[in-house]
Design a protein around this ligand. Structure first.
Ligand code: ATP
Length: 424
């Protein structure tokens, strides 16, 4: 049974503690767009930094890139997004609601009693129409179709069109990869489940360029590395699994595809995709741009279009995964408390400093320690309320280390101080 109450509790905890707020809340909110508060931005930054460290800085065969969100519209024609990045959409003429045709069985008709679309006697569903998920806007002062540009629906294309630039500038040779973290936008028809499926989100994508024929071996290697990364993030390995795309699920560009799935309270869902994209993208950009995108292997005297193995993860979706995975309730002396047991590396606050009482030199020593700690890690100082309550507040924020300064700490510090003075 799906535990939807856990999601409700998590959404309210996220708001109360400043992880995630609804966008434009004072105006009633904007559908499936979210803002990250003080703790949320730290958590998401820590996840992104950990990905960047593992994928770029710790390796000598991957380079970083930060390409623009807006790109030449021809990019999206070449990639197949203008023609094919669509979902089949069905409207109900009676209730005016709109559904994805491929998700009718899971969707709810907005009318009571609760039923699936098409199940009320007077439901009147239209034929499916293809609906493109890309957001459009105009570049320059004239709102005409020639000025149409798109908000990118994935970061990958910025990498493909820059692959020769990056390779030449960094003097890399194949096999090598390019990694990027950035915003992507999709006009999802049925967004939901909090920050799981949103219309504006962040992707952490890496495209690995390989010699054709070596792609299967690299695909397997990347699958292994990416699963290790998720486990090292502290996620429960029993809640992670692979899902291989069958022939009817495979995207137009992919030869093989596996999703890393996590068991959310609303079921097993994708958090990252690993795809063998073959030379589909480079071939398409070569044809549409008229520019040669081949790689010349000097040692072998060979020329070829590289194949691409892609790892594509959502930063927001992985942040939700860490929140769900970390959430637990404990009952101590009849009182229930919430604990977020994050891996310390991603915890938004690493350490809290708590003077036991506001006297006898404790606040002074605690403040000194807090300012020292703050130079190294995200730290927090809290002197208000009973010590037990302060610990509970830190449990809820997922803070792994709390330091209480009591009378003994002050006494020890002044002894140390005296012996330091004597030894000089
Ligand atoms: P789904 O089937 O869930 O729509 P997808 O197969 O279209 O996802 P990809 O295009 O492979 O997803 O995108 C790679 C990753 O980007 C996904 O694994 C997910 O983590 C993230 N992602 C994709 N769409 C969204 C979205 N609307 N909101 C948040 N994250 C997303």
């Amino acid at each position: 049974m799906a535990d939807t109450s856990l999601m409700d509790k998590l959404v309210s905890l996220c708001k109360r503690r400043g992880f995630v707020f609804q966008s434009s809340e004072i105006y009633g909110g904007l559908g499936s767009v979210w803002d990250y508060g003080p703790l949320g931005v730290e958590l998401k930054n820590n996840i992104k930094q950990r990905w960047w460290r593992a994928m770029v800085q710790a390796r000598d065969d991957i380079e970083g890139l930060d390409a623009a969100i807006l790109m030449a519209p021809q990019v999206w024609e070449a990639s197949g997004h203008v023609a094919g990045f669509t979902d089949p959409l069905v409207d109900c003429r009676t209730c005016k609601a709109r559904f994805r045709e491929d998700q009718l069985a899971q969707a709810q008709c907005p009318r009571k009693p609760s039923k699936h679309p098409g199940e009320h006697g007077d439901c009147d569903l239209t034929e499916a129409r293809q609906f493109n998920l890309m957001f459009k806007t105009f570049m320059g002062p004239v709102e005409e179709s020639a000025a149409t540009v798109y908000l990118r629906p994935e970061t990958a294309q910025g990498i493909y069109v820059n692959y020769l630039n990056v390779m030449q500038a960094s003097r890399q040779k194949i096999p090598f990869g390019i990694a990027q973290i950035g915003k992507a936008f999709r006009n999802e028809i049925t967004p939901g489940n909090f920050i799981f499926r949103t219309r504006e989100f962040e992707q952490m994508e890496m495209q690995f360029f390989v010699k054709p024929g070596t792609d299967d071996a690299w695909f397997e290697r990347w699958r292994e590395w990416r699963m290790e990364w998720h486990v090292a993030l502290g996620l429960d390995p029993a809640k992670l699994r692979w899902h291989e795309h069958g022939p009817d699920e495979l995207a137009h560009y992919a030869r093989r595809a596996y999703d890393v799935e996590y068991e959310f309270p609303f079921g097993w869902q994708e958090i990252e995709g690993v795809h063998n994209r073959t030379d589909f993208d480079l071939k398409a950009h070569q044809e549409h741009s008229g520019k040669k995108l081949e790689y010349f292997d000097q040692a072998a005297g060979e020329r070829y279009l590289p194949y691409i193995v892609e790892t594509s993860a959502g930063a927001d979706r992985i942040m939700l995964t860490t929140l769900v995975d970390a959430y637990r309730e404990e009952t101590v002396e009849g009182e229930t408390r919430v604990v977020l047991g994050f891996h310390p590396a991603i915890a938004p606050i690493k350490a809290a400093v708590l003077p036991l009482v506001k006297k006898d030199g404790m606040p002074e020593l605690a403040t000194e320690l807090f300012h020292n700690l703050k130079q190294q890690v995200a730290a927090f100082y809290d002197a208000s309320g009973a010590i037990g309550r302060r610990y509970r507040r830190m449990d809820e924020a997922g803070t792994p280390f709390c330091v209480t300064i009591d009378g003994e700490s002050v006494a020890e510090r002044s002894e140390e101080h005296t012996s330091e003075l004597q030894s000089h």
